[in-house]
Write a protein that binds this ligand. Structure first.
Ligand code: MG
Length: 169
């Protein structure tokens, strides 16, 4: 595998674990204010990010590449109200999309079609992640300022369950 592509995927493993850590911090915030449905939603989001990390981890192994695990940064966020995690979440997903696009560009340049095929799944996944994050903000804007609305929204988010990624390597 091209050295640059391999290095970027290696870095992405760390970024996905960081995403998991960030979302765990969001779950931590919502637990502290008693919104257990929001807490559940972000706990599951954290599990999905770990799944993403493991897909890249396995992909490098499958291709005979060495994986180097680096330190995971402390979550960088300032959670001062119930909307803050949702906005930080959207911003973070937009950033992750840019990272995936960067890896794609490197793979494309190297005519690494196998990696491009892997990344096709992530490109689509990022589209869904950004939509989910954006939809949560919209719902919070619509219903979050009313206690009954917030109660209903919290109940809705408590129903989310974890499912394994639709991608196999
Ligand atoms: Mg991810």
């Amino acid at each position: 595998m091209n050295e640059k592509v391999s290095k970027l995927i290696n870095e992405q493993i760390n970024k996905e674990f960081y995403s998991a850590y960030l979302y765990l911090e969001f779950a931590n915030y919502y637990a502290s204010v008693g919104l257990d449905g929001f807490e559940n939603w972000y706990r599951i989001q954290a599990m999905e990010e770990r799944d993403h990390a493991m897909l890249f981890f396995q992909y490098l192994h499958n291709n005979g590449e060495k994986v180097t695990l680096e330190a995971i940064d402390k979550p960088d966020c300032d959670l001062t109200n119930n909307m803050a995690p949702l906005k930080a979440g959207l911003k973070h997903e937009q950033y992750v999309t840019s990272l995936i696009n960067n890896i794609y560009a490197a793979a494309f340049e190297d005519k690494d079609f196998r990696t491009m095929q892997l990344l096709d799944w992530f490109v689509k996944e990022q589209g869904e992640e950004e939509k989910n994050a954006s939809d949560l903000i919209t719902k919070m804007e619509l219903f979050g300022s009313d206690s009954k609305g917030l109660y209903m929204l919290n109940s809705e988010l408590s129903a989310r369950v974890h499912s394994a990624p639709s991608l196999t390597l």
